[in-house]
Design a binder for this molecule. Structure first.
Ligand code: NAD
Length: 260
């Protein structure tokens, strides 16, 4: 479905971003992965995408804290592959703290990585998409783009900001064949989440099932984690022709969390 398209996915060295990159590659797209991590592991991840799907995959080390590196990532992708047709703004970090103790540098980093990086990447990618009359921008937001939780001020503010950015850009390019949407996952089963389970079991004297249901999934009515593949499948759908009328949408995939 995506042969001859190029997808740039920020924050795709693990978790949801990597799932999206692999799902686009499975549809025939060339992909640019990006993110932090061990250089050898990143190279293995990159090479596996090429080997598994027979597409080309480049790695961009652009740090989502820096606008000029983000613009460079987009122009390098355009030079290497001829276009950036699909852009997934997915990189994100979290910090949990009461507001009056919230470290200022954490606030600045979360706003930069979770919100401003999407602005910089979209700004750089739009001219090419406009020229070709086709584009898909998908912002990985969160259920926290729609509802809040205490102690996550920067994350919730950034994700609500992503929702506003999504709607605004969607309106600006609505007649140019470009759709702009936000996917809003609830709790997704990523290695990051899985790694927290043993410590929580010990600290609370709970079974694995109790930790998942009564701690992590307290707010998620299905009491099931969303999977990376489900989020990636949603992103692939948004790139299809069937989804061309979906734009400016802030789309929950959250097991009913935001229905409450
Ligand atoms: P993850 O930690 O597995 O992935 C985050 C990615 O962002 C990694 O590739 C990391 O290297 C990259 N990254 C972090 N800082 C960066 C920087 N300065 N420059 C470049 N890359 C950077 O986490 P995930 O769970 O896959 O999260 C991906 C996105 O999904 C985030 O935006 C997150 O807020 C959102 N999300 C996750 C969940 C969940 O439950 N896992 C739920 C809702 C939304």
């Amino acid at each position: 479905m995506l042969a001859n398209k190029t997808a740039v996915v920020t924050g795709s060295t693990s978790g949801i971003g990597l799932g999206c990159a692999r799902a686009f590659a499975a549809q025939g797209a060339n992909v640019v992965i990006n993110g932090l991590g061990d250089a050898d592991e990143i190279e293995q991840t990159r090479a596996a995408i090429e080997a598994d799907f027979g597409v080309r995959c480049n790695y961009s080390p652009a740090n989502m804290l820096h606008g000029e590196e983000i613009a460079g990532m987009i122009s390098d992708a355009e030079k290497a592959f001829g276009s950036v047709d699909i852009l997934v703004n997915n990189a994100g970090i979290q910090h949990v703290s009461p507001l009056d103790e919230f470290p200022i540098e954490k606030w600045d980093a979360i706003i930069a990585i979770n919100l401003s990086s999407a602005f910089h990447a979209i700004r750089a990618a739009l001219p090419g998409m406009k020229e070709r009359g086709w584009g898909r921008v998908i912002n990985t937001a969160s259920a926290h783009a729609l509802v809040a939780s205490p102690y996550k001020a920067a994350y919730v503010a950034a994700k609500h900001g992503v929702a506003g950015l999504t709607k605004t850009v969607a309106l600006e390019v609505a007649e140019q064949g470009i759709t702009v949407n936000a996917i809003c996952p609830g709790y997704v089963w990523t290695p990051l989440v899985e790694a927290q389970i043993p410590d929580t079991m010990k600290a609370r004297n709970m079974t694995e099932e109790e930790v998942k249901k009564d701690v992590m999934l307290k707010a998620q009515p299905t009491k099931e984690f969303v999977t990376v593949d489900q989020v990636a499948g949603y992103a692939v759908f948004l790139c299809s022709d069937t989804a061309s009328a979906i734009t400016g949408s802030i789309m929950p995939i959250d097991g009913g969390w935001t229905a409450q």
